[in-house]
Write a protein that binds this ligand. Structure first.
Ligand code: S3P
Length: 434
């Protein structure tokens, strides 16, 4: 059980090697796409947080023969026809990825059901999935004309078509591809900027007829996928928390092994490079369609930078920790084009700016980002509330190691959503979280 209040104390060294949890986005997809296969699907390296468990749980309720054992799962897939009506609404907990991706599956599989979740999930925008689902032929109900969860979905069969997305969202793109996998014909999605492409990579790896030529992804349905074995590489978004303190502490060297280095996910490394960080990636290889390698992060003074445009979807889950890092770098950091941050598990623009100021730094919120005045030295430290947001809690704990007095996080149990092993892994590198 994770404590509701954790304190991260300043430390003198961050050194060691660690294998972060399996990538959360890829874990969701392995379970969902695995359940569309016909035959035995073995999955290893899954993330063990509550979000991925919510996906496994919902799939089991939809009739998927799925056994989850720690980081491993075994699915006895029945193909596209292997789903049944759940006896009550599906609870996606805190997980937007679960709700959005499974909406596509439910519509495609002609299951009539409701998908809901916790208070945070009920506040998040769902019009972005209701609109394309309606265009594909689904009937959608729910609060505010089906733009908020719980979402009621009823569909007699998905129509293949072209979708042009106004916002860059891998969840929306993936929902459409999953629904389109059940349709007879060509489902196409055009996105305004490249977003994480794990769904496309995994579908190709599993043998689907899919091609990508930015801005368009085309999938010919119906899917006909066979047995498979899938290995989930380490999560770069979780690794960002392991690496956050090292650049500020002399003689630090943190090695993160088996990390997914998919370019749609490594924007935070590009940002850290622009800030002057010293790191390298090694042992680069392909694991089941994803680029994987090891990351070695070292001590090195950091300066402010600008994050905008196409870099934003590639750093979207790391912007909280990057902003906290920037608050201790030399000079100004500007984050723009990131209004999506207001629609995550909490309003991350407000939460991050408040956290920086509460810890003795200086930051201002803007409509679509933030302005951070770097201290060129450690934050003082203090206490922040997680706002129920795992990434805010993890970022504050990671950065606590390089503050003067440490950082206490109230509501720290939120980290179980994506990274229940964080305290143990961070402390194994020299961190001191109690
Ligand atoms: C995710 C996509 C991103 C990301 C989220 C996971 C995914 O959201 O923020 O944590 O697994 O597809 P959007 O695609 O909605 O931006």
């Amino acid at each position: 059980m994770l404590k509701a209040k954790l304190k991260s104390l300043p430390v003198e060294r961050m050194r060691g090697e660690v294998r972060p949890p399996g990538d959360k986005s890829i874990s969701h997809r392995a379970l969902i796409l695995g359940s569309l296969c016909q035959g035995r699907v073995e999955i290893s390296g899954l993330a063990q947080g509550a979000d991925v468990r919510a996906t496994a749980w919902c799939l089991a309720r939809l009739g998927v023969d799925l056994q989850l054992d720690g980081c491993d799962a075994l699915i006895n897939g029945q193909g596209l026809g292997g789903f049944r009506q759940p006896d009550s609404a599906l609870d996606c907990g805190n997980s937007g990825t679960t709700l959005r991706l499974l909406s596509g599956l439910v519509a495609g599989a002609r299951i009539t059901t409701t998908l809901g979740g916790d208070k945070s999930l009920q506040k998040r925008p769902m019009g972005r999935i209701s609109a394309p689902l309606r265009k594909m032929g689904a009937l959608i109900g729910g609060p505010q004309d089906g733009t908020r969860a719980p979402l009621y979905i009823e569909c007699r069969g998905v129509r293949p078509r072209l979708h042009r997305l106004e916002i860059a969202s891998a969840q929306v793109k993936s929902m459409i591809l999953i629904a389109g996998g059940f349709a007879h014909g060509l489902t196409q999605v055009e996105e305004p900027a490249p977003t994480r492409d794990h769904t496309e990579r995994m579908l190709c790896f599993l043998g689907a007829d899919l091609c990508t030529e930015f801005p368009r992804v085309s999938l010919r349905g119906p899917l006909d996928l066979g047995p498979a074995a899938l290995r989930v590489p380490g999560d770069p978004s979780s690794a960002a928390f392991l690496c956050a303190a090292a650049p500020f502490i002399r003689r630090s060297r943190v090695v993160v092994r088996d990390l997914c280095l998919n370019p749609t996910r490594t924007g935070f490394l590009e940002v850290l490079r622009n800030m002057g960080a010293r790191f390298e990636t090694q042992n680069l290889r392909d694991v089941d369609g994803e680029p994987v390698g090891d990351l070695v992060m070292r001590y090195g003074a950091l300066r402010g930078c600008t994050i905008l445009g196409r870099l934003v979807p590639r750093t979207i889950d790391e912007l909280v920790v990057l902003a906290l890092i920037a608050s201790m770098a030399r000079g100004e950091t500007v984050i723009k084009d990131a209004a999506e941050l207001r629609h995550k598990e909490s309003d991350r623009i407000a939460g991050t700016v408040d956290a920086i100021n509460a810890l003795g730094g200086s930051a201002e919120a803007t409509d679509d980002g933030m302005l951070i005045h770097g201290l060129d030295g450690p934050l003082l430290g203090g206490t922040i509330r997680s706002r129920g947001d795992h990434r805010l809690a993890l970022a504050a704990l990671a950065i606590g190691a390089v503050t003067q007095r440490g950082v206490s996080v109230e509501g720290a149990e939120a980290i179980a959503v994506s990274y229940p092993e964080f305290v143990q892994q961070f402390n194994s590198l020299g961190g001191s979280i109690q």
